[in-house]
Design a binder for this molecule. Structure first.
Ligand code: ATP
Length: 273
């Protein structure tokens, strides 16, 4: 008898309400180990709110999220320690810290030196600091920023800052990486590089869940795509099937009668290669 392996992430009937507004409505989603899953949907569909439910930023009003079989702890730091890391829609780097320092900050959930050791700069602190630096440099090299290690993050190009955010997220040694619109504002070349980088992340055995509006990016990248519309999951499946589904096209373009209010981000943001 064969048994289906337990998914790494399992969100069951996740609902998030803000007062009278149901931003996420009973959404089920799984991500398997080493899988790349896309989450798409028109503006305001509830994608970021759902992400926030997966990272301990919000505790769902109803439903539960399990990671590796255990219910997710209700605090972002604990979720990171459990093995989920994320990037945000808007860049959140420490502008006046170097690229290397930014990555080292991302590692602190994995280093165990306590307050007294840090104040006294004892041997354990110094060893961990050295290891953090080494790992930080490896990660910068992994995302193609080895030469920028000593530069202040605010002086890096936009594409480099986004890659640095991914390096910082990877510094916590996640098993699942959540990316919120990683290619927003990128040119086609930067978008292609991000696609290669996410594939390389997966090749390290890390699962990825990605929110994105750029359909070409999603199609090239993902094993599976789920579509959220007005807080509910409309469909889920292989990228080509999802893209061809009439309900998805309608959700983005509106029914024929509301063609004046098109929400066409997805179509418009598809970038020429
Ligand atoms: N903290 C909050 N309090 C109240 N309402 C919120 C809050 N966060 C999100 N919402 C509402 O929930 C709905 C879903 O928003 P959300 O940002 O999750 O959508 P989204 O799919 O990520 O959109 P976008 O693609 O534009 O980023 C929207 O109507 C939004 O106004």
């Amino acid at each position: 008898m064969t048994t289906t392996p337990q998914p790494l992430l399992q969100a069951s009937s996740v609902t998030m309400r803000f007062g009278g507004l149901t931003a996420v409505d009973s959404v089920d989603l799984t991500v398997g180990a080493g899988e790349i899953v896309g989450l798409i949907g028109p503006n305001g569909a509830g994608k970021t709110t759902f992400f926030n439910c997966l990272t301990g930023l919000y505790v769902p009003t109803e439903g539960e999220v399990r990671f590796d079989g255990a219910v997710l702890p209700p605090r972002p730091a604990k979720v990171t320690r459990a093995g989920i890391a994320r990037t945000f829609q808007n860049i959140r780097l420490f502008a006046n810290m170097t690229a290397l320092e930014n990555v080292m900050v991302g590692r602190h959930t994995r280093t165990g030196a306590g307050l007294f050791s840090a104040i006294g700069r004892g041997p354990r602190y110094r060893r961990e600091e050295r290891e953090s630096q080494e790992r930080g440099r490896e990660l910068l090299s992994f995302v193609g920023l080895d030469k920028e290690a000593g530069q202040l993050s605010r002086n890096l190009s936009y594409g480099a800052q986004r890659r640095l955010e991914i390096a910082r997220a990877l510094a916590s040694e996640p098993r699942l990486l959540l990316l919120d619109e990683p290619t927003a504002g990128m040119n086609p070349q930067e978008t292609r590089e991000t696609e290669e980088l996410v594939h390389a992340v997966r090749d390290q055995g890390i699962a990825v869940l990605v929110i994105e509006h750029d359909m070409r990016f999603i199609m090239n990248l993902c094993d599976r795509v789920a579509v959220l519309v007005q807080g509910s999951k409309l469909i889920e499946g292989a990228p080509a099937a999802v893209q061809a589904d009439e309900r998805v096209v309608e959700a983005y373009l509106g029914a024929p009668d509301d063609e004046e209010d098109l929400t066409t981000d997805w179509m418009n943001q598809e970038k020429a290669v």
